[in-house]
Design a protein. Structure first.
Length: 145
């Protein structure tokens, strides 16, 4: 009984403090809210085809591609991502660095500065938090095997 009474006496200040906090909760509180405008695009990644009937040949590509025309993407290597466009064209983004998190987690994010994704400016963000700068874009053309 002595132990329970000692415990109750030690907890009593905490209980009365809790009641005071609840009573103070009736007053309006001043809060600070910081809002930043940021556009983050999550690009769905398609699984690789098992046996393609053609190979992709790289040609000189554009400096930028429009984000609204991207239909999906395929991670085709540790330092490259192929973008599939809505008009069935394909562009390969060659990354400046090896991006190990891209293959493990099927997906990545883009955070473009405007409506275009540009080489030498924008980065691909892996889902584990790392980023890889886009070095260049190559246009891909199909060639039958």
């Amino acid at each position: 009984m002595g132990l329970n009474l000692a415990f109750l006496l030690s907890v009593l200040p905490a209980l009365t403090g809790l009641a005071a906090v609840q009573a103070a909760g009736d007053f309006a509180q001043v809060q600070r809210v910081v809002i930043e405008q940021q556009v983050i695009i999550r690009v769905p990644v398609r699984p690789r085809a098992q046996q393609p009937m053609f190979d992709w040949v790289e040609r000189d590509g554009p400096k930028c591609i429009h984000q609204r025309f991207i239909a999906g993407a395929m991670i085709t290597g540790p330092n490259q991502v192929d973008f599939v466009m809505r008009n069935n064209h394909r562009f390969r983004a060659r990354l400046e660095a090896n991006c190990p998190g891209l293959n493990f987690y099927s997906g990545f994010y883009l955070n473009p500065q405007d409506d275009k994704i540009c080489a030498g400016r924008d980065e691909i963000y892996s889902r584990i938090g790392g980023s890889c700068p886009i070095g260049e874009f190559q246009r891909l053309e199909p060639v039958k095997r």
